[in-house]
Design a protein around this ligand. Structure first.
Ligand SMILES: Nc1ncnc2c1ncn2[C@@H]1O[C@H](COP(=O)(O)OP(=O)(O)OP(=O)(O)O)[C@@H](O)[C@H]1O
Length: 261
């Protein structure tokens, strides 16, 4: 893995959220198109780490630290978003805009929530957005307003939005949150398909069942630092998870999928 090809190369980064030390001298390297799950207890810094990857948050500058993304320290956020597809529940929290499905997908090209008068989508953008919705099985929601979609439909529309650029990597924050079992299985198979066709998946999750077989590396976070990092089989052990969560947790594996016991 070279500096240029790594998705991220974070060295000793510290990120504050208000007065809280959310990432505390964290070092982590993820290769381009690598599939990684980031797991850890509430408040350990998972979302902060994702937001640092997407440059919604910045580490404190100090000697000996660096936060390279695809080989660079400096990014224009719009340019970075062309390489990353970001799916997060709080991406548009607080917005009063209630766009329709296709508009949401197209707005991925503008890193916006829905379209505004200064946005002028091209035919190619519309075609690509329609194709991304088809890929996620939500083409029929093109005219449906976001507020009138179920949680699972919203999630799939948001993934379509993230896919319009054909990103190298999908960055997902708790993707199966509030999905029923059928939607969960459907999402799992769509994520597997994306991973199998070369899209990197970097996922933050509480749920082992989200860690599809294609995700081969797991990073456990504790108190803003990497607690364990390595091959899934070696990291998802009873000893590691019990120490991390300070309660007895036994991971069980079946056909490449994991579950807590
Ligand atoms: N907007 C904010 N203002 C102040 N502190 C924050 C803010 N967001 C998060 N924090 C704090 O930063 C720390 C890390 O939060 P973060 O959301 O990254 O954790 P997380 O691992 O994603 O948690 P969860 O599993 O609960 O979603 C926590 O102590 C949290 O209370």
């Amino acid at each position: 893995m070279t500096e240029e090809t790594a998705l991220i190369d974070f060295r000793e980064i510290t990120v504050m959220r208000g007065d809280t030390l959310a990432l505390d001298g964290l070092s982590l390297k993820i290769a381009a198109r690598e599939n990684v799950a980031i797991i850890g207890p509430n408040g350990c810094g998972k979302s902060t780490l994702l937001k640092t990857i997407t440059r919604e948050l910045y580490p404190l500058a100090s000697e000996g630290t660096s936060a390279r993304i695809m080989g660079r320290e400096q990014w224009d956020v719009a340019e970075l978003r062309e390489h990353l597809g970001v799916v997060s529940n709080d991406l548009f929290a607080g917005s009063e805009k209630d766009p329709r499905g296709l508009e949401i997908a197209i707005s991925g090209f503008f890193s916006s929530w829905g379209l505004w008068p200064h946005h002028h989508p091209t035919e190619q953008m519309i075609e690509r957005s329609t194709a991304a919705m088809r890929q996620m099985g939500v083409e029929h929601l093109a005219k449906r307003r976001y507020s009138q979609m179920s949680s699972g439909e919203r999630k799939r529309v948001l993934i379509s939005r993230a896919l319009v650029h054909d990103p190298d990597t999908l960055v997902l924050d708790e993707p199966s949150d509030s999905l029923d079992l059928a939607m969960l299985k459907d999402l799992q198979s769509r994520l597997r398909q994306l991973a199998q066709t070369g899209t990197g998946i970097v996922m933050v999750t509480h749920h082992l069942h989200e860690v599809v077989p294609e995700i081969t590396r797991v990073v456990l976070l504790r108190k803003g630092r990497v607690f364990r990092d390595g091959a899934k089989r070696e990291v998802l052990t009873r000893a590691n998870l019990s120490e991390l969560y300070e309660t007895d947790v036994e991971p069980v594996e079946r056909d490449g999928f994991y579950q807590y016991w």
